[in-house]
Ligand binder design. Structure first.
Ligand code: SF4
Length: 219
């Protein structure tokens, strides 16, 4: 993790972390951006979130938009129709059940439509400053298995295994570091093992082919 901390310096941060910084950890914006980010490229998530927040920056304002309007604002994020429905219903529930605030517990967050453990963990870390959660998405799942930190089949299993494998002080940073690494070096296909700062520590579990970095990509 120390090596990664140095290596990611200067690389583009994942979309939700970037939005969290820009919005000073506004829990509502972190929640909505995370909901939009699933299976969507970072740049698209960032642009869609910015468009949506410009029109409606609070749960009350967003709940007042029609689903169609939300769809149009967040397009082209993946599954924009489902996400628009979940976003609107989540906003409605935040207003009706939580006084317009984003809940601070995993249990309460999981009751919101479209919110799973990945979203809830990221909201707890980025918006509520929790240091007791690890957020696992496909990058974190893939890379922690390649590194041999865990041997798991699903992101939920990986999350539980990482609580045992990673020193506690790093928990809130696992997502930021591994997602950034996964987008730039330890990519899903053809990871750039030849230029990876972790190469001498990594058993490369499950890696069958590696990619070649262009000179400008060498890290
Ligand atoms: S050595 Fe290869 S598989 Fe291991 S973390 Fe680096 S890029 Fe990923």
């Amino acid at each position: 993790m120390r090596r990664l901390a140095k290596a990611i310096d200067g690389l583009d941060e994942p979309a939700v972390e970037k939005i969290s910084k820009e919005q000073r950890g506004n829990p509502f914006h972190v929640l909505i951006a995370t909901m939009l980010s699933a299976q969507t490229r970072d740049q698209v998530t960032h642009e869609a979130s910015t468009r949506l927040f410009r029109v409606a920056g609070t749960p009350r304002a967003m709940a007042a938009l029609t689903e169609r309007r939300i769809e149009m604002l967040i397009y082209p994020v993946s599954f924009y129709r489902n996400k628009a429905e979940h976003v609107r219903e989540t906003c409605r529930q935040l207003v009706a059940r939580h006084g317009g605030k984003v809940p601070e517990t995993m249990e309460a967050l999981l009751t919101l439509p479209g919110v799973g453990r990945k979203t809830a963990n990221l909201v707890l870390i980025e918006a509520h400053g929790s240091d007791e959660n690890i957020c696992v998405d496909t990058h974190v799942h893939r890379i922690s298995n390649r590194l041999g930190w865990v041997r798991t089949k699903t992101p939920d299993e990986t999350e539980q295994a990482l609580y045992r494998a990673v020193a506690r002080r790093w928990w809130p940073l696992v997502n930021r570091y591994l997602v950034t690494w996964g987008q730039n070096v330890c990519r899903p296909v053809y990871p750039l093992c030849g230029t990876c700062v972790l190469a001498d520590l990594c058993p490369r579990m499950g890696v069958t082919r590696v990619g070649r970095a262009k000179a400008a990509q060498v890290l």
